[in-house]
Design a protein around this ligand. Structure first.
Ligand SMILES: [Zn+2]
Length: 206
């Protein structure tokens, strides 16, 4: 199996209207999907604080509901909460209206907590052209680099070496979930140190 750490250029050509990176010469954009999680997210927050990093959390509605206070804490620390849907549904397998409903349901919770419901990342990065058209005036954020932290078969050293060479403006994906925690624990501190040593900043996507 081939694991693409960097998004292949051909994918970006097919979906030019999505955000794959954000122009910048001194900033890296860290994103964390599928949380918040009562154990993993506080650890992530400590790591981010250690290097003064701000990040964007694409939260699931179901995770938000069970960890609402934690979500408020993210906002009070000036991180950004954005929309990953209420359930983790695959856009390629559901209708346009179900896609919109799923985003709207989590969007309500995100607005309530003080996040940005109009910034979305579709689960698995899967969104059809008709779903995209139906989401007028919403920013759809993909990524330039995937950490593969959810895959316990990967070699964390390989992930670190692929991520740490990312150029300014890159959007990196991690997951603040129990599934990812064993790998995340190994790669996130190293990646943060590498970028800090290069003098790069970490900001939210907004
Ligand atoms: Zn996800």
């Amino acid at each position: 199996m081939i694991r693409f750490y960097k998004t292949p250029w051909i994918v970006k050509v097919f979906y030019p209207s999505l955000f794959w990176q954000k122009p910048s010469n001194d900033t890296i954009y860290l994103t964390f999907d599928d949380g918040p999680d009562a154990e993993v997210t506080p650890w992530v927050l400590e790591e981010l604080d250690r290097v003064g990093a701000k990040a964007t959390f694409f939260c699931l509605g179901t995770s938000l509901e069970s960890n609402f206070d934690l979500a408020k804490q993210l906002i009070s620390k000036r991180h950004l909460i954005a929309n990953h849907g209420y359930h983790h549904l695959d856009g390629w397998k559901i209708s346009v209206s179900d896609f919109k409903l799923n985003m709207a349901k989590s969007g309500k919770l995100i607005d309530e907590v003080g996040g940005q419901s109009k910034m979305i990342r579709p689960p698995y990065g899967h969104i059809s052209r008709s779903q995209l058209r139906a989401l007028d005036s919403i920013d759809v954020i993909m990524w330039s680099h995937l950490s593969w932290d959810f895959d316990r078969r990967i070699d964390p050293i390989r992930s670190i070496s692929k991520l740490k060479v990312a150029a300014p403006g890159s959007i990196l994906v991690f997951h603040d979930t129990q599934q990812s925690f064993p790998i995340l624990k190994q790669i996130l501190p190293e990646v943060l140190n590498c970028f800090s040593d290069r003098g790069l900043k970490f900001e939210t996507l907004q």
